[in-house]
Design a binder for this molecule. Sequence first.
Ligand SMILES: [Zn+2]
Ligand SMILES: [Zn+2]
Length: 69
Amino acid sequence: MIETESAKVSPMAVKSDLCSQCEMPEPRCACERYCVLCHSQTDIRLCKDGLYYCEACRTACGYVPVGRF
Ligand SMILES: [Zn+2]
Ligand SMILES: [Zn+2]
């Protein structure tokens, strides 16, 4: 039942919670993530605009994580 997904990225089904670097869903992403605003690496979560923010900046800017844990 294992098939190669040659077209896993569909332009019609762009998911905003995919990592912009490796295109993996956030829970599976192993990239080094840091806040785009302050470059902190503490409690980084992907937000709806596709960028990573730390908790302090998310709170300050009102961003909501898109994670589905
Ligand atoms: Zn990644
Ligand atoms: Zn930050």
